[in-house]
Design a protein around this ligand. Structure first.
Ligand code: KDG
Length: 338
């Protein structure tokens, strides 16, 4: 397996967040119904960790993204996207022998979405531990990765484990989103990977749906306590319109209500939630405030079609929070005021 760096590594950037995973080109159906019946799609960008990286950058963090892309038009479109958002791509590997993955988002009549992947054998599924630059990872304050990154292939799973091991050795906090996708691997494998990974993570994001996949009918509270007992500092349970719950090793048990919005497309809302939480947590906000901010970011992200296009800027989130009568963050946005 061959690969070349996107850019030759110069001085190491110092970054708030380094995200690691698979970006996917996104085709979102513009009508409801099964994939085979859809005539028009909106082209966008997806991939859980890439969505989180873009969101964190829009919210004002310094971010790097690590992955493998195909040497193709779609791969180049991701480099253009990240470049435009100010995400560092100096450790992205361009793989001349593989393609950039794709997924289609379709909607059922009740608005629920479904994903169809074309990613087996993709460039990111050929990620290797050797693709990682340990000094680059160590230059970040948080490493953010996910269960999807582990589920796409054995080599990507090994690379994820290597990234996490490096982060732990070099005092970088580990943020891990379970993002359980039963389409990608058998559930027992996903569960075993999740349980061994939460033992190495500082912050674990998990949705109520992930918990249902992992622990079937067990009450959510009991499952969350079991995850926390494995060692992370914080477990954040995302429950969509019901808001989120922050559970901490310090004894905190905070329920944070969602903002009442009418979602258009929830794709990527959970990923931008992660970014919102991490950005505020890195700024020193208490977890409850970080969670409220994250709820606002997720609400705004779900108000438009596509995972990336509707992700708000910091200024947009602050305006939304002010309109909702909430306190806005102290950090004044320097980025785009839109
Ligand atoms: O959270 C949205 C992501 O799931 C989507 O962008 C695609 O990463 C993706 C996946 O593998 O499901």
């Amino acid at each position: 397996m061959d690969g070349g760096r996107n850019l030759e590594s110069g001085a190491l950037p110092s970054l708030d967040i380094v995200a690691f995973g698979e970006p996917l080109v996104e085709f979102t159906a513009e009508e409801r119904g099964p994939l085979g019946t859809i005539r028009t799609f909106r082209r966008g960008w997806g991939g859980d960790t890439s969505n989180a990286a873009v969101a964190a950058a829009r919210l004002g963090a310094s971010v790097g993204y690590v992955t493998r892309l195909g040497s193709d038009e779609f791969g180049r479109s991701f480099l253009a996207l990240w470049g435009g958002e100010g995400v560092d791509t100096s450790r992205v590997v361009v793989d001349p022998e593989a393609f950039t993955g794709v997924y289609f988002v379709t909607f059922e009549e009740d608005g629920a979405h479904d994903f169809t992947y074309y990613r087996q054998g993709s460039a990111a599924s050929r990620l290797l531990p050797g693709d990682l630059d340990p000094d680059y990872l160590a230059g970040g304050r948080v490493l953010h990765t996910s269960g999807i990154t582990q589920a796409i292939s054995e080599s990507s799973r090994a690379a994820t484990q290597a990234a996490i091991a490096t982060a732990r050795q070099r005092n970088v906090s580990v943020s891990y989103d379970a993002n359980v996708r039963p389409k990608l691997a058998p559930l027992p494998t996903l569960k075993e990977t999740f349980e061994s990974t939460v033992e190495l993570a500082d912050i674990v994001f998990v949705s109520d749906e992930d918990l249902r996949h992992l622990y079937a009918d067990a009450p959510v509270d009991r499952s969350v306590e079991a995850v926390l007992a494995r060692g992370p500092q914080l477990v954040i349970v995302k429950a969509g319109a019901l808001g989120c719950r922050v559970v901490g090793a310090d004894g905190r048990r905070d329920s944070v209500p969602a903002f009442p919005v009418r979602p258009v497309d929830t794709t990527g809302a959970g990923d931008s939630f992660d970014a919102g939480f991490l950005v505020r947590w890195l700024e020193g906000s208490p977890p409850r405030e970080a969670a409220e901010f994250a709820n606002a970011v997720a609400a705004l992200t779900s108000s438009g079609l596509g995972a990336v296009e509707p992700i708000p800027t910091r200024a947009r989130v602050d305006r939304f929070l002010a309109a909702e009568g909430r306190e806005v963050s102290q950090v004044s946005p320097t980025a785009d005021e839109s």
